[in-house]
Design a protein around this ligand. Structure first.
Ligand code: MN
Length: 486
């Protein structure tokens, strides 16, 4: 079952009701209604066309690639693709919106209902409903912290294509919202439709939060928390906003619909303004753009270009490589990691390959603050290492040293074992002579062993292993020693 998240105050039990709206910047070389570049990090106001500035007489032209990306995202979220959609003007004044309106979609969005499956820490899973995805233009960026008396505006962002993904109010805990955002980020990255970088603002989250007594069927007034820019902050915002509302209700107060701001310093939310309602925006169909019609052939074409998504890949990893659900989950988080694993596992023991990646490789990457693409260890090296162990060429213990060496030298394990003479000694003659010399050096221990101190067996094994510098096959050492000691 889904995880239960309730907050108890006095004798009342409260539950959270939360929905999310996520603005995702569409990956596209040019903006949604102009030919200006979308390159992030360029000089301020470098990538701006007359259309983006709302100059008189300039007309928007829809970028087909943005449509393609939205349809692909809709398919990735198991959603209905609407063959008819309409652009609308959402009117409001703000300095970063020179037209005085935003071109967006309102009654007829390009994508309708869908769902995303999330996994929770108690091992259960839950489906989160997607209400819709509409496409729209981003606003420019206001900069308030460069000058104490002035604000600046960077229009590079104005007109960048956005997908606004709206969920049903299906979240009943911060954990569920966090799991959803991570899953959504993973899906859009797999699809290549949004880079998902919340800290760069290419994925921005608004959370609508209300609370109600357990068992209540209707929804109470909600607060909307705007533009939260990390998964952790979204979770904190939900937690603290819910607590704030519960406290007000417990003291006999009421909650009014309002827009709030999340403060990362304190983890709490602050009042911004009373919520605007849809009629405040005087939405009307955009006269400069015709309605958008998609054909079945077009939708089928996008379908045929879909990649394997995390859920399907996870199932396949469990089936084909015998991975646990947890390991498969971690290894499919990004397409890069999944590809790395598959390259390493090809023709080798997948389960053992997974262990090396999730164990030694991750530990070394973390310790050196490296991302996977900067790993000195290539996938083929891990496959080779796993083979050397299964074939008995090296022991698991030596393999750890080989791993450390290949991290340093980028050599293949086989070569390292060759050059350093780390091959496990499985030659019974060689092992026998090492045993003989150990026994010859320890006559008293032999006597004690024979008198009944049988736990000295481990001591003899240890001495032989030491003499072989860890290279002797431990199983053979045990067998031969047993014979020799009678
Ligand atoms: Mn929007």
């Amino acid at each position: 079952m889904m995880s239960e998240y309730t907050i108890k105050i006095d004798k009342n039990e409260w539950e959270i009701v939360c929905g999310l709206e996520i603005h995702c910047q569409i990956i596209s070389k040019s903006k949604i209604f102009s030919a200006a570049s979308t390159q992030f990090g360029d000089e301020a106001n470098e990538n701006v066309s007359f259309v983006d500035l709302g100059m008189p007489g300039m007309l928007p032209v829809l970028n087909e690639h943005c449509v393609y990306q939205a349809v692909k995202t809709g398919l990735g979220l198991n959603a209905q693709i609407n063959k008819y959609s309409v652009f609308s003007r959402k009117n409001y004044f703000y300095p970063d919106q020179p037209n005085g309106y935003q071109i967006t979609q309102y009654e007829y969005p390009i994508v309708g209902k869908g769902f995303v499956k999330i996994g929770l820490s108690d091992g259960s899973s839950k489906e989160i409903g997607i209400t819709r995805i509409h496409i729209e233009q981003d606003a420019a960026k206001s900069i308030h912290d460069l000058n104490p008396k002035k604000s600046y505006i960077d229009f590079n962002r104005a007109g960048v294509g956005l997908m606004e993904i709206v969920t049903e109010p299906d979240f009943s805990s911060p954990e569920e919202a966090g799991a959803f955002l991570k899953k959504l980020r993973s899906i859009v990255r797999y699809l290549g439709t949004c880079d998902g970088n919340m800290d760069e603002g290419s994925m921005r989250c608004d959370a609508s939060i209300s609370v109600r007594l357990k068992g209540e069927k209707t929804l109470r007034e909600r607060a909307e928390i705007k533009n939260v820019n990390s998964v952790k902050f979204v979770m904190q915002a939900i937690e603290n906003e819910a607590k704030r509302q519960i406290e007000i209700y417990e003291q006999g107060g009421i909650i009014e619909q309002q827009t709030r701001h999340f403060d990362p310093q304190t983890g709490t939310t602050k009042f911004m303004r009373k919520k605007e309602y849809a009629n405040d925006y005087r939405y009307f169909p955009e006269p400069d753009l015709p309605p958008l019609y998609l054909t079945d052939e077009y939708i089928e074409k996008v379908k045929s270009e879909m990649v394997e998504l995390p859920d399907a890949k996870k199932e396949r990893f469990i089936k084909d490589y015998g991975l646990t659900a947890y390991d498969a989950d971690v290894l499919t988080e990004s397409v890069e990691l999944a590809d790395f694993f598959e390259k390493a596992a090809k023709g080798h023991d997948g389960k053992k390959v997974a262990n090396w990646i999730l164990g030694d490789l991750f530990a070394n990457l973390n310790a050196n603050k490296l991302t996977l693409d900067k790993s000195p260890v290539a996938p083929q090296m891990i496959g080779d290492l796993v083979d050397l162990i299964s074939k008995g060429v090296i022991s698991g213990k030596i393999a750890k040293d080989v791993f450390a060496t290949m991290w340093q030298t980028k050599q293949m394990p086989t070569q390292i074992v060759e050059e350093k003479g780390l091959k496990q000694v499985s030659d019974s003659g060689a092992i026998e002579s090492m045993i003989d010399s150990v026994l010859a050096a320890n006559p008293e221990n032999i006597a004690a062993y024979k008198a009944g101190k049988t736990n000295l067996f481990g001591f003899f094994v240890g001495q032989v292993m030491k003499q072989s510098k860890g290279a002797a096959n431990p199983q053979m050492v045990g067998e031969i020693l047993k014979k020799k000691l009678g």
